[in-house]
Design a protein around this ligand. Structure first.
Ligand code: SF4
Ligand code: SF4
Length: 493
């Protein structure tokens, strides 16, 4: 006999109950079984409805993000709840209940595994450099500051003869967004140049003496940090933090930046504010096309404007300050941003923020105004990058190392072949950005990806499954069909 159609107890067993027990025991038993069945059915409805809704959201969000491959894979998530609903609507006796039990049980088990707190090891990715970095050792200095035949040129290549031949070859390539480069377009390349033109005036008078100061206003470290960070956010920064300035992050000598080439840098500031502005996902999704360099230029200009306004504010409060903006640095922005709690450093050598990955551009303001220190963040980047390798696989110049982090000058980090990277930029005519585009942390900051990042931050055991899913859903290799914003589409075929 099977009263309910949800025969959780085999029929022969029920017969034995009827034969050997009084009627009231039999009724009690039926009620108990009925309760279990109702509980199981209710759990089945709830769990399958949640899975159905979550799958629907994931599919919809992927379609909005134009990630059709991911939408297709996510749609498979509709199958289990659909099966459960059929079972619940058309009971299949013992078999159906067994499936229901397995489904509810495995869903709960999965939830427990997902929420398990298994923290990352707290191995600091950055240590203090043994000696300060000379800005003349940065690759950009050679291509944007040195002019052939000048004393600077001769002095540099006398010290670094091994670089001369390779650098000469790079110099034969067209400049970024100039005719001859692969992505040059007579119409849209002007967006880039126009935006970079706007950074130039913002860089004026960066190193002018502070001049006579007003009486310093009374403002404590907490209040100063809170007000400056709040103002920066109001001006468009998506992430901002304050830190004590590690002197190791101040360049030792002028290279690309303003001032006498090779002169020692003395920056009498002990505090820093790091600012990140967000890059547009759609523009970066066309990498390595020229939308990327337009977006870089626009966001460098925006970050520079915010930094300069903060600098003026601090000066008006009666303190010394300097903004460090595109091409006009006295300090290294990325490690300062890490110290100020904006993120960690990824395998591609860029800052990774918790919400936007590397889709940010940075600026820094240094000052002698005492600021409260922001907390640093750790969300598992070094563990994720150790296994991910997606940027390594997709880098067209093979500039990103697949080896473990190396200890160089007291800093443990992944090595980047900056020359190879920059050579590709000159061929392509843009600042490439493929490593930013493909990075799993660059998915848009919405509830779908935020949930994944939150789970990853809690449980390091999820890293490998997350990487496997990333590759299945979004592909191991980048899809090279740019989806141009209409206003930035090529004007010529
Ligand atoms: S910007 Fe391009 S070339 Fe440079 S490291 Fe990233 S992916 Fe490679
Ligand atoms: S693509 Fe992967 S390995 Fe590269 S920076 Fe992003 S998370 Fe790290």
């Amino acid at each position: 006999m099977n009263v309910t159609g949800f025969g959780f107890v085999p029929i022969r067993f029920m017969d034995k109950i009827i034969a050997y027990r009084p009627l009231c025991v039999y009724v009690k038993c039926i009620i108990r079984i009925w309760r279990i069945i109702v509980l199981l059915a209710t759990a089945g409805w709830i769990v399958s409805s949640i899975q159905f809704a979550a799958t629907g959201y994931a599919v919809l969000q992927s379609v909005i993000e134009k990630e059709n491959r991911a939408a297709g894979w996510f749609a498979l998530g509709f199958l289990p709840p659909a099966l459960i609903w059929i079972i619940l609507l058309f009971p299949l006796q013992d078999f159906g209940n067994t499936i229901l039990l397995i489904y509810v049980g495995s869903s709960l088990l999965l939830l427990v595994v997902l929420l398990l707190p298994v923290p990352f090891r707290r191995d600091p990715i950055i240590r203090s450099p043994v000696k300060r970095i000379d800005e003349r050792d940065a690759v950009f200095h050679r291509f944007y500051r040195l002019t052939k035949g000048t004393p600077e040129w001769n002095a540099f290549y006398q010290d670094h003869p091994e670089l001369k031949t390779a650098d000469e070859k790079i110099r034969t390539l067209p400049q970024l967004q100039e005719p001859g480069s692969r992505s040059f377009d007579p119409v849209t390349s002007q967006f880039t140049h126009a935006a970079f033109d706007m950074v130039e005036p913002l860089a004026k008078h960066l190193d002018e003496p502070d001049g006579p100061r007003a009486n310093p206003v009374e403002i404590g470290p907490e209040e100063a940090a809170a007000r400056l960070c709040g103002f920066a956010r109001h001006l468009g920064a998506v992430s901002v933090g304050t830190t004590k300035l590690n002197p190791a992050w101040i360049y030792s000598h002028v290279g690309r930046g303003p001032g006498t080439w090779g002169s020692p840098i003395a920056l009498n500031h002990q505090w820093a504010i790091a600012i990140a502005v967000k890059m547009d996902h759609g523009m970066m999704h066309c990498a390595p096309e020229n939308t990327v360099i337009t977006e870089s230029a626009v966001k460098y200009a925006q970050a520079a404007l915010i930094a300069r306004i903060l600098e003026r504010t601090v000066k008006r409060w009666g303190h010394s300050a300097r903004a460090h903006i595109d091409s006009n640095y006295r300090v290294m922005c990325i490690p300062i941003a890490v110290d100020a709690g904006l993120g960690e450093i990824g395998r591609h050598g860029l800052l990774m923020t918790p919400g936007y990955g590397s889709m940010v551009r940075l600026a820094v303001v240094t000052t002698d105004l005492v600021l409260a220190q922001s907390d640093t963040v750790k969300f598992g980047v070094e563990c994720f990058c150790a296994s991910c390798m997606k940027c390594v696989r997709n880098c067209p110049s093979h500039a990103i190392s697949n080896l473990d982090r190396q200890l160089v000058n007291g800093v443990k980090k992944w090595q980047i072949d900056r020359e190879s990277c920059y050579r590709f930029w000159r061929h392509q005519g843009t600042d490439c950005g493929l490593c930013i585009r493909v990075c799993p942390y660059s998915h848009p900051d919405n509830p779908l990806h935020r949930t994944v990042r939150w789970l990853l931050k809690k449980n390091r055991l999820l890293v490998r499954p997350a990487i496997a899913f990333e590759n299945i859903l979004y592909g191991k290799h980048v899809n090279n069909r740019p989806d141009w914003p209409a206003w930035h589409a090529p004007s010529i075929d």
